[in-house]
Design a protein around this ligand. Structure first.
Ligand code: ZN
Length: 244
């Protein structure tokens, strides 16, 4: 089965629409969304509606959680909090109910699970490639393949237990998953931070098994303009062009 997995849309309608066009071409059997549908971008309502209507199985992200429970905002930086307060004011009760319904983790196949950060708590992940955090994730979660969002990086990690090695694959176009265990960061649709401003999604073919990363151009200028026009922090618009 060919499975598309995407994450961290962050209210960026232009990036999400470009991904929808790409999915029309790729024609996967299933699509999963790994959370943070909202926060930062200017079209949270539209993005939630698209994900809900498409019937994609989704998990809860830490920004989604913060919109429905403001106490989840406490550990976030002031810019993220400001964007989330704006998001909470600009999101319908129906969209909030959809976010409330999302689970923390979902099985993708017999060997693979998906979550936003670590499966038990969407925000429980360091914002870095700290090898101890990655190793800790491998030790806590027994799955052969774990798909995650949250970092906004298109990186993957391989853990080879026999040799005690931890390997990082940075921005691979494709990755063979047949040997060893993996954490696959699926990157971000709406706010990439890996120095590539294009939207990101992955295709997971569970029969091989392998992952292929896809990067997709979108109307970044329009998404950035909407952020400025909404009165959200200017840096949230600027970073879209940088992919940071
Ligand atoms: Zn995010």
């Amino acid at each position: 089965m060919r499975i598309a997995i995407l994450s961290d849309i962050h209210g960026n309608l232009e990036a999400l629409q470009a991904c929808l066009n790409e999915l029309d071409k790729l024609r996967p059997d299933k699509v999963y969304c790994l959370g943070d549908i909202v926060g930062y971008g200017a079209n949270p309502e539209e993005c939630v509606n698209i994900v809900a209507q498409a019937g994609w199985q989704s998990v809860l992200g830490n920004h989604d959680a913060a919109v429905i429970d403001p106490s989840e905002m406490t550990p976030m930086n002031p810019m993220a909090r400001q964007a989330l307060e704006w998001t909470a004011q600009n999101l319908s009760d129906k969209a909030k109910d959809f976010l409330k319904s999302l689970p923390l983790k979902i099985p993708i196949s017999d060997d693979a699970i998906a979550s936003h950060g670590l499966p038990h708590k969407p925000s429980d992940w360091l914002y870095s490639d700290d090898p101890y955090a990655v190793l800790n994730a491998f030790l806590q979660v027994p799955a052969k393949v774990m798909f995650v969002g949250h970092l906004h990086y298109a990186h993957s990690y391989k853990y080879e237990k026999e040799e005690g090695k931890l390997m990082l694959y940075q921005l691979p176009e494709s990755l063979d998953l047949s040997e060893g265990r993996y954490i696959v960061n699926v990157g971000s649709v709406g706010q990439p931070r890996d120095d590539d401003h294009r939207a990101c999604l992955v295709i997971f073919d569970d029969a091989i098994p392998a992952v292929i990363y896809h990067r997709i151009q979108y109307d970044t200028a329009l998404a950035a303009k909407k952020i400025v026009d909404a009165g959200l922090p200017d840096i949230l618009a600027q970073r879209l062009f940088l992919g940071r």
